[in-house]
Design a protein around this ligand. Sequence first.
Ligand code: PHE
Length: 345
Amino acid sequence: MEQLLQQIEDIKNEITAAEAANAAALEEFRIKYLGTKGLVKQIMGEMKNVPNEQKKEFGQILNAFKIVAEEKFAALQAGLGDSAETDTGMDFSLPGDPTPVGTRHPLNLVRNQMVSIFKRLGFAVAEGPEIEDDWHNFGAMNLPEDHPARDMQDTFYVEEKTADHSAWLLRTHTSSTQARVMESQKPPIRVICPGRVYRNETISARAHCFFHQVEGLYIDENVSFADLKQTLYFFVQEMFGKEVKVRFRPSYFPFTEPSAEMDISCQICAGKGCNICKHTGWVEILGSGMVHPKVLENFGIDPEKYTGFAFGMGVERIAQLKYQVNDLRLYSQNDVRFLQQFKSV
Ligand code: PHE
């Protein structure tokens, strides 16, 4: 016991005399006296060897000892002040290296906005393969072989048609995904199909060999053209604001009857006339129509009982109107000066 008390006294003296010129020395002090294997812990471990009647007194001495060590540490630390950091060889006041933060691609931003608007109306998202067979891309959509409307969408074929399989191709529209949904689900069906599509076009400011679509399909009992109009009107108001005007023009698609294209008032010039709207004040943004009875029949859906509407639009076109991008090629060139402009969008 005597010996132990002497030891405590010696260590205390040592502690009182200790100095720390820098952070490394301070850390050394902490490890030596206050660390998990430090002297304070070690001495405390001696408690078990102290006779019971002396435990109380020894406990108090130990506590005082511990406080001396802790207070000394605090004093040394305070003494070092800010220089504690510089002495480690690091200057914490230097500005950090900026972390390069990427940005979401504008097409993703717009696609997500489009999807979220339709989700609010109860549409589910469906995705399908980009390499398709002839049936899902064309045949099922009421575009039999030799149908002249196939020329509307110049197709990249991956493989020639043979006797035992229909041709493989890069899908020209995400209507192919709608075909897959009708194949596997029963009405009511309410889906949107976002995705990349391919067409054999010469690349220019206005055309590209691939682009992105969001197509939609709604099949149920009593679905009418009024539902189609209201759905799309809601969409453009959410996308472009309440001021936007719309107009429907009769059109033709093999998979819808009747068919219509929808124009909105030009978002670039507010209808006054510019290059984008070719000075008409209107820009076409989508194709739509009531699902052709033949298409429903192709999937065993009774056209007497069910009706539906479908629509399809290009994400690039919506993004162009929203962000005034007038060259389609910018979307795929990955020029960071272009992409970074969408940082705060
Ligand atoms: N699939 C058509 C296209 O890609 C768009 C569309 C979809 C038109 C649905 C009408 C109905 O051009």
